[in-house]
Ligand binder design. Structure first.
Ligand code: FES
Length: 265
């Protein structure tokens, strides 16, 4: 379970990474508890909107209490966040969600797959795995998918293992989606970690099944409030929930990371 608190953070810096993609660094003690795959809720300053916006954690520097979030401008809340500058204060809630099960990577061939705005949380994951003595750098392959040449974070992923890039229009890397890139390069793994849009995650689950890998997928793109209030993030599970007796899970409170074998995708 994640420890959760609402806290005021200070903006350290903010920059534009690609069209509509912002890189925001915050000074906050929440950095100490943040793990790859978890997220925070960011409160808009316009108080008519009381619910925070869930944004995944791209990285954390525990020592310096720095939390990095990379997000897409997709509505009035995130458009407001994009205006924040060094020294501004912002209320955040966190840390939220379960995060990726990092222990599953020990001694295994690891494949990290990201698509679109599902890419940022995987940078924190790749970094964390690179610091794990039980994970050999040569056994980590990363495949990141983008629409076109307007990619982001790729230079940072390259520090942590072999990186393949797929673009829909073929302007960089392999033309096609992330699964095309895996197939074209014969990428095999024991464990897959993935985050991205639902069609991509379905493809990842199918690829894992085909190749005998275990997949852990983050469904965070489907979250709305991020705090269990809107019920906009229900997903279907194969097993009946012990408490509610239904085959449902809430992505924001039960996930966002799930074992792909446990979901009806
Ligand atoms: Fe609102 Fe999960 S995102 S309940």
């Amino acid at each position: 379970m994640s420890k959760k608190k609402k806290i005021r953070a200070e903006v350290i810096s903010q920059s534009l990474l690609a069209e509509g993609i912002m890189d925001l660094r915050l000074r906050t003690s929440l950095a100490e508890d943040a793990n790859p795959g978890q997220f925070i809720g960011v409160y808009p300053q316009n108080k008519s909107t009381l619910l925070p916006r869930p944004i995944s954690i791209c990285g954390s520097d525990r020592e310096n209490q720095e939390l990095r979030i990379v997000y897409r401008i997709a509505g009035s809340g995130t458009a407001e966040f994009a205006l924040y500058q060094k020294g501004d204060n912002v209320d955040i809630l966190g840390v939220l969600g379960n995060g990726f099960p990092l222990d599953k990577a020990a001694g295994k061939r690891v494949l990290i797959i990201g698509g679109g705005i599902g890419v940022p949380p995987l940078l924190g994951l790749a970094k964390e795995l690179s610091e794990n003595p039980d994970v050999r750098p040569e056994s980590v392959t990363m495949v990141m998918g983008y629409r076109n040449a307007d990619t982001f974070l790729t230079d940072e992923f390259e520090n942590f293992g072999k990186l393949l890039i797929a673009t829909e229009d073929g302007s960089i890397g392999i033309k096609g989606n992330v699964i095309d890139a895996c197939k074209e390069n014969g990428v095999e793994a024991d464990v897959i970690y993935a985050c991205g849009p639902m069609p991509m995650l379905r493809g990842v689950a199918a690829y894992a099944k085909e190749t005998g890998a275990k997949a852990y997928i983050s469904l965070e793109e489907r979250m709305a409030c991020g705090v269990g209030a809107c019920l906009g993030c229900i997903c279907k599970t194969k097993d009946v929930d012990e408490h509610s007796h239904v085959k449902n899970a809430r992505i924001c409170t039960d996930g966002p990371v799930f074992d792909a074998d446990e979901l009806e995708l």
